[in-house]
Design a protein around this ligand. Sequence first.
Ligand code: GLN
Length: 227
Amino acid sequence: MVRVGLAMLQGARHEHVQALGVASKQLGLDVEIVELRTGNQVDDRLDCLVLPGGESTAMRKASQSESLLSALFSWIQEHPQRPVLGTCAGAILLANPGDDMRSFLRAEISRNAWGRQRDSFEADVTLSLETPSAGDFSPHKASRDQFNHQPLPVEISENDREELFPGVFIRAPRFVQSSIDCTPVAFLGEEIVGVLDGQCLALTFHPELTGDYRFHRWLLHQSLLTN
Ligand code: GLN
C-alpha cells in the first residue's frame, strides 16, 4: 500500500486524484490518497507527496489558517528519501518555500515567465526520466467526483511516443536556465522545463491534465523503492 499525500489547497488537485487512481491501476498497486487540508494531517505514514498546479499565491493564502504548507515543507525536509511531485505552482512552492526556508530545488524559478494566461500553450516535451510502463490497464473517461469535478483530459490515451510528453503550460513559470544545478528531466526544445533534485520532481507543466500518467507512475514506483 502506498499512501500519497495530496495538497488540497487550491488548483488542479482533483485531476491528480484521477491521475493517481489510473496510475495505481496501471501498476497494479494499492494506493490510498490522503487529501491534505490541515497541517496536522501531515504525518510520517505518508510515502510521497503531490503539490498540484494552480495559483501559488492563492495556495500560500489558503494555507495560512491551517498551516498546511509549513507542515509539508517540514515533512520534505525530514524525509528527503521520499518522493515529491510538484507541478507548475507546486514547482514554484518547492523552489520558493518562503519563510526563510531553503529551496528544495537547486534551480531558480520565475513565475508567469511565459506571459499572461492567454499566452498559455500546449507543446511536446522531451523526457529524460525512467518511468515504469503502464501494463495493460487502459483508463476510461473520468466521471464526476463528489464535488462535481470532471477532469478534462487533454489527451485521452497515453501515446507510446517514448520520450515525448504532452506538455500543458498554463501561465507557467520558467526555470532560470543558468541557475539549474540539479538533474534536468524534461525539455521544451532546448529549455529545461522539469528537474529532479534528490527525490523532488518539479515540472513547470501539468501532467495531471493529460491522459499520460508517466510522472504519477514514477511517483508511486519511487515510493515503493524508497520505503
Ligand atoms: N501562475 C501560477 C503561479 O504563479 C502558476 C500556474 C500554474 O500552476 N498553472 O502560481
